[in-house]
Design a protein around this ligand. Structure first.
Ligand code: BT5
Length: 263
């Protein structure tokens, strides 16, 4: 159970989490955040739920969100062009990777575009949803889901066991959700500030340090298309750069990456 009274303890952020809306159960924190934006919520407002009944990922895919996980969304109103919004998922991904490494000494990996992995399995997924007005971003909701205090085999459906993990499964114990939440707000705010002041390059450079899929043979599924190739880079727009058989270079805007066995 999240101790809501413990949340403000030593939170040092300027903006993120200065307003936190919390509930035990919600359909989706992203959907709740959208409603709050319509009511005038400002940048940095965060919504947090103990469990989600209709959590979702990209393309409306189901995100299973039992009690014990950390499911939250941050409202952002960056002065950016819409094309830049996709980069915010890298801001969040880097923040999660750094915090999981710093707090729990885990060997963490980032996987393009929106996953954080431990032991080759997904421990966190992120979803950024944008709304535009007159060719500018009006707001972006960045949703972050971390499998924390639950056992994967007890609380996630069997079809996810192979590719999902949790902090409890990796560490063999429960962690303080309040401490993790505070650390994530602080780190995400710091990296967001870097992004807004210095641009995407320093964020991407650090994100790539965790990107173990680079240099590997991968399969990328994007809609009905499937490409096999060598993942050689993520470029300055956040696109995956693939070297296909025969040497052709392909830049992929969105898709799902899986590792290919070679040899
Ligand atoms: C994502 O989508 O990974 C984005 C997940 C974002 C969840 C957060 S929680 C707070 C906020 N509120 C929301 O409603 N959403 C956000 P995608 O890359 O499309 O991956 C979805 C796939 O991950 C599913 O099709 C499953 O295969 C798998 N999956 C579902 N639940 C999972 C879980 N708890 N852990 C690991 N994998 C899961």
């Amino acid at each position: 159970m999240i101790r809501i009274d413990k949340l403000p303890e030593s939170l040092q952020t300027q903006c993120f989490g200065r307003s936190v809306f919390f509930t035990r159960k919600v359909d989706s924190t992203n959907e709740w955040a959208k409603k709050l934006v319509r009511l005038g919520a400002c940048e940095g407002t965060v919504v947090l739920a103990e469990m989600q009944e209709c959590g979702y990922g990209r393309l409306g895919r189901k995100w299973v969100s039992p009690r014990g996980g950390l499911w939250f969304s941050i409202i952002l109103k960056p002065k950016l062009k819409p094309a830049e919004a996709a980069k915010l998922v890298f801001v969040a991904g880097l923040a999660v990777a750094e915090v999981l490494h710093e707090l729990y000494c885990l060997e963490v990996e980032t996987k393009w575009p929106n996953d954080v992995m431990v032991s080759g399995r997904k421990i966190c997924g992120m979803l950024s949803e944008m709304s535009t007005a007159k060719e500018r971003i009006d707001h972006v909701i960045v949703g972050i889901g971390i499998n924390a205090n639950f056992n994967v085999q007890k609380h996630l459906p069997r079809e996810l066991w192979k590719n999902a993990t949790s902090l409890e499964t990796e560490l063999g114990k429960k962690i303080s959700l309040e401490k993790l939440f505070r650390a994530l707000l602080q780190k995400t705010e710091d990296i967001y500030e870097t992004f807004m002041e210095k641009g995407f390059a320093p964020v991407l450079e650090k994100w790539k340090r965790y990107a173990m899929f680079l240099g590997c043979q991968v399969k990328v599924a994007a809609g009905t298309e499937i490409w096999n190739g060598l993942a050689i880079d993520v470029d300055g727009d956040g696109l995956l750069v693939l070297k296909l058989k025969g040497g052709r270079i392909l830049r992929v805007l969105a898709g799902d990456v899986t590792f290919r066995k070679t040899g």
